[in-house]
Design a protein around this ligand. Structure first.
Ligand code: FAD
Length: 406
């Protein structure tokens, strides 16, 4: 028949999806994932934060990831011409993970998807959700396989983890413009002529170019690296030429890239994306929840994407379980508030970054050890620690600190 019945339908097969799938499957529910593309597929978002390890742990996926030999990440280094400011996650205020990974997402997402399939989750690739109808006791979703045959999925609950696809926000008119200004990023994977030493590869480099233009270097375990530049769209659009010419322009003009990647080979033609910040009017409704990028995205500067994507989906999975067991769930309180809290901390840091305040703090002479540890915990993704003043009142403390330094 062309109708399938499951407890939970998950849209998309990125990390947000597979974390939710793993948790719900383990609880004994039937879980079905539909993914529009064929894996492996490219997606940006390669530098993880230690905090997301807790979500992979909840989903019992740490060992699976570990066995694939991804590059371990122990910190983040900010670089501005010849100045450096290093953060080591082991040396942080909050008790938590001191490391995580830097991953090629095509491989990483495929590893996770295959693992949940092995455990018994069903997954259809090249299957696109085109319509959803909510009914009294669940939903009926129309999917199109290989752009050809239609299938219907009846589900008690839908988790929308469709990332930039934003399936339910679009179908249910939940989209809301982000209040961050439009920004643009150009990026690529490169093969350096000389592979860097292993201590250099164990962390990412965030390059301060201008207050509103920055770059990244994310080394992978195979010796290649992801490099990218991000900035206000106006600024980025000043650079003309083909994608390759634009990327070469940045390599030639940004010292940390020039030192490492002059004459290096591009593994694929550089890609550009713009206007990726997004928001939604609500994160849940009867019979569905939005997780990961489908629920909104802020900015790439602090690598918060996958951490928030897995935090939201792990929490959503736990709440869906409760609801399917017949327990009352206050989604606003237990879900929306938690996600918004974490987002608000990152947002305060993002705004302080693009104002230039954080750079001043990072490169100032008087580096207070306790403050550095507290900032390090936010950079590690520990944005729910109510003992950290940078979590409880980030705007005020960042503004004060940059005043003092000035
Ligand atoms: P995704 O991983 O995007 O997965 C969604 C899946 O849904 C896709 O596979 C897609 O094919 C599928 N899909 C879409 N539409 C449909 C449909 N109609 N039917 C079925 N399936 C569908 N995050 C980090 O953590 N670290 C970083 O360093 C980082 N760098 C970034 C740099 C830039 C320039 C940008 C813009 C973002 C960056 N991010 C980063 C954010 C990161 O890309 C996302 O937060 C993350 O990929 C979200 O994961 P997800 O599981 O929600 O969605």
């Amino acid at each position: 028949s062309n109708t399938k019945e499951v407890d939970v339908l998950i849209i998309g097969a990125g990390p947000s999806a597979t974390v939710a799938a793993s948790i719900l499957h383990k609880k004994g529910y039937t879980v079905h994932i539909v993914e529009k593309q064929k894996f492996p597929r490219f997606v940006i978002g390669e530098s993880l934060l230690p905090r997301c390890m807790e979500n992979f742990q909840k989903a019992n996926l740490i060992e699976t990831i570990e066995s694939h030999g991804f590059q371990k990440k122990f910190g983040a280094m900010f670089a501005k011409a010849d100045e450096y400011c290093d953060f080591e996650f082991a040396n942080q205020f909050t008790e938590g993970w001191g490391w995580t990974w830097q991953v090629q997402r095509a491989d990483f997402d495929k590893v996770l998807a295959e693992e949940v399939q092995n455990r018994g989750v069903t997954l259809e690739y090249e299957t696109e959700v085109t319509d959803v109808k909510f009914e009294n006791d669940g939903s009926s979703t129309t999917t199109v396989k290989n752009k050809d045959s239609e299938y219907y999925i009846k589900a008690r609950y839908i988790v929308d983890s469709s990332g930039y696809g934003k399936v339910l926000p679009r179908l249910l008119n939940l989209e809301k413009p982000s209040n961050l200004p439009p920004r643009t990023s150009i990026f690529c994977h490169v093969k350096p002529r000389q592979v860097s030493e292993s201590p250099e590869r164990k962390r990412i480099i965030i390059i301060v170019h201008l207050d509103n233009v920055w770059g990244w270097v994310i080394p992978f375990s195979d010796g290649t690296s992801s490099i990218g530049m991000v900035g206000d769209s106006e600024e980025m659009d000043n650079i003309k030429g083909s994608m390759e010419e634009q990327m070469r322009h940045w390599i030639a003009n940004v010292q940390a890239l020039r030192d490492r990647f002059t004459d290096s080979e591009f593994i694929f033609e550089p890609r550009k994306i713009a206007g990726y910040s997004s928001d939604v009017k609500q994160l849940h409704g009867k019979g569905y929840v939005l997780t990961g990028n489908a629920s909104g995205f802020l900015d790439p500067i602090f690598s918060s994407g996958v951490t928030l994507a897995t935090e939201s989906s792990a929490l959503a999975a736990e709440l869906i379980e409760k609801e399917l067991e017949g327990e009352p769930v206050d989604w606003d309180l237990s879900y929306t508030e938690h996600i918004k809290k974490g987002n608000a901390v990152f947002k305060a840091f993002i705004e302080a970054w693009y104002r230039g305040d954080l750079q001043k703090i990072f490169f100032s002479e008087n580096r207070n050890e306790k403050i550095r540890k507290q900032i390090c915990s936010v950079l590690a993704g520990y944005v729910w620690d109510q003992n950290n003043p940078f979590v409880t009142k980030p705007e005020r403390i960042l503004a004060n600190l940059s005043q003092v330094i000035r």
